[in-house]
Design a protein. Structure first.
Length: 134
């Protein structure tokens, strides 16, 4: 029996932006639920769809950071900054990962850089809280 497909214009071919939003939502949901592998897959796809958006790289790096793949996470934070531009959020993740790797001097420089890139008081406060955990 031959399969017959029906195509309704616009319903089966979502835009690239719509696909990116779905990937972001699914990746965020996966991370929130502790499914780090699924989070990494969704954010990896998002990085392909939106390579110049920091959220793509931040999500992908966080998934690997939480999985304990710290060297890979640090590399992804770096690649993200090179592709999407300077970002306080990506630099903060990089600093956190460097500290976890025991590279404290480099981590301090990265925390300083994140603070310099910060454009809000709340982000600067978050950076300082990460720098000096209680």
């Amino acid at each position: 029996m031959e399969r017959v497909g029906f195509h309704t214009p616009g319903t089966l071919n979502p835009s690239r932006a719509a696909l990116a939003e779905r990937c972001y939502a699914a990746g965020f949901h996966a991370l929130a639920n502790g499914d780090l592998s699924a989070g990494a897959r969704w954010f990896g796809l998002l990085a392909l769809l939106e390579p110049r958006r920091e959220r793509s790289w931040a999500g992908l790096a966080v998934a690997h950071e939480r999985s304990g793949k710290l060297a890979l996470a640090a590399a992804l934070y770096t690649v993200g900054q090179r592709v999407s531009g300077a970002s306080a959020w990506l630099e903060l993740g990089y600093a956190r990962t460097l500290r976890a790797l025991g590279r404290t001097r480099e981590a301090e420089r990265a925390f300083d850089s994140a603070a310099a890139l910060s454009d809000t008081t709340s982000l600067t406060n978050a950076i300082e809280e990460e720098r000096c955990p209680r």
